[in-house]
Design a protein around this ligand. Structure first.
Ligand SMILES: CC(C)(COP(=O)(O)OP(=O)(O)OC[C@H]1O[C@@H](n2cnc3c(N)ncnc32)[C@H](O)[C@@H]1OP(=O)(O)O)[C@@H](O)C(=O)NCCC(=O)NCCS
Length: 156
């Protein structure tokens, strides 16, 4: 049976993360951006490890009392197996433990899988930012979860 665990970002995870990022994201984060997350004073960054292999990652910035999701990606060959949902729950739980009371994120308007994932967890779309993404001028949806302080991962 495969085992999935979550580890706080370490330097050794970064090469695998960059591989996934460059395959996944049309405007990929640089190596430096990931390195900045290693000792981010107000951030949480987690790698999803299955049988010793990095198969996904995600991060959140802690802005006063808001957990701002900055990125999440699951390697394409491991999608639709519940990993993204478990990773989001891990991030939200860690953010809640650090006293965050709500959570927000931006997502490309066309990114149906991600929008559905966030809706499943309880986020609601509250605004649309026209032409937000510089690479293709796509709109962003702004989504919020206002009740992180009462949120329980099993209910998500
Ligand atoms: C979005 C992403 C993280 C989802 O990860 P995943 O591991 O495949 O998602 P899960 O298997 O945990 O799915 C959880 C829920 O998300 C939704 N979902 C995920 N993929 C979906 C798809 N292709 N179509 C529709 N809904 C989808 C569903 O609600 C699903 O719940 P269900 O299985 O009960 O239907 C993944 O598709 C990904 O890495 N995409 C590329 C990077 C990206 O777009 N990140 C988001 C940036 S804002």
């Amino acid at each position: 049976m495969k085992t999935l665990r979550f580890e706080t970002l370490q330097e050794a995870h970064i090469p695998s993360i960059l591989n996934i990022e460059n395959r996944t994201n049309s405007a990929p984060w640089s190596e430096r951006s990931f390195r900045n997350e290693l000792d981010h004073q107000h951030g949480i960054f987690v790698a999803a490890i299955e049988d010793g292999e990095v198969i996904g990652y995600g991060g959140v910035w802690l802005v006063i009392d808001e957990a701002h999701i900055t990125t999440i990606s699951i390697d394409e060959s491991h999608r639709r197996q519940g990993v993204g949902e478990r990773l989001m729950k891990e991030l939200l739980l860690r953010a809640k433990e650090k006293g965050m009371v709500c959570s927000t994120l931006e997502v490309r308007a066309s990114n149906d899988p991600a929008v559905r994932l966030y809706e499943k967890l309880g986020y609601k779309t509250t605004a649309r930012r026209k032409g937000y993404y510089p690479d293709n001028r796509e709109d962003a949806l702004v989504m919020w979860m206002h009740n992180l302080s009462e949120w329980e991962p099993r209910k998500g």
